[in-house]
Design a protein around this ligand. Structure first.
Ligand SMILES: [Zn+2]
Length: 232
């Protein structure tokens, strides 16, 4: 394997080198003390975000987060498999365990988004991209959410996908509650679980209101003020 990698001809991406240079003269210059402090004291983020791998929905960008503020795990479809202590190598469970038990985060936000390719692959029963069909097996985790939403019927595809994307986020909160130490802390009021949804096209963020169970646009007044079209 190593020999093969030594023979590869494509260099480290220039885009990343350029981005790193911009980071050096921008963010690092402004936040060097913060980085040093975080290196000495360790991280202590209060919030964990479970988001999608999708390149358009970076939680640090959407929430304008600085280093050390968000503990992020990203995977296809922003999913959380239910608690399964079977000894298998479980990436989300390991990140969750670290965030809750070691970092003692106060909030876990599951961040769904519009036009999610993972959700769409599930709905369209996409042909496996490789013999392992990793996407198909992974996205099967949203089957309970799909059952809750019901058959598509006459619903336009975009509307159905949106409903499923949002139902899936809520279902992931249920899955989080299957972890005994998450449930205990939530019941004690020491940990809160939240569902949020980002619309890629508009940049609107919706947060689920626990009282009503519906998604409500966050910072709606600011959004309207900043993006309202001039009337004349
Ligand atoms: Zn996605």
């Amino acid at each position: 394997m190593t020999i093969f990698l030594e023979r590869q001809t494509m260099a480290f991406p220039q885009q990343l080198l350029d981005g790193y240079r911009a980071f050096l003269i921008g963010r690092l210059r402004h936040e060097q003390d913060r980085y040093r402090g975080l290196a000495e004291t360790g991280q202590s983020p209060q919030i964990m975000v479970i988001g999608c791998c999708d390149s358009r929905v970076s939680p640090e960008v959407i929430f304008d987060a600085r280093p050390g503020e968000l503990f992020v795990v990203r995977n296809l479809g922003n999913l959380v498999p239910p608690y399964t202590p079977d000894g298998a190598q479980r990436a989300v469970s390991a990140a969750l365990e670290f965030a809750v038990q070691a970092l003692k985060v106060k909030h876990i936000v599951v961040l769904g988004h519009a036009q999610c390719g993972g959700i769409r692959a599930f709905v369209e029963e996409a042909t496996p991209l490789s013999p392992g069909d990793f996407i198909g097996h992974w996205m099967a985790l949203i089957a309970p959410a799909a059952a809750a939403v019901g058959p598509r019927g006459d619903r336009p595809l975009v509307q159905y996908l949106t409903q499923l994307e949002q139902a899936s986020v809520i279902k992931m909160l249920d899955n989080l509650m299957t972890f005994p130490w998450v449930r205990t802390l939530v019941e004690r009021g020491a940990l809160a679980l939240h569902a949020a949804y980002f619309s890629v096209a508009t940049g609107q963020l919706s947060v689920r209101d626990p009282a009503t169970g519906t998604f409500t646009q966050a910072a709606a007044d600011d959004y309207t003020r900043i993006f309202a079209q001039p009337r004349f």
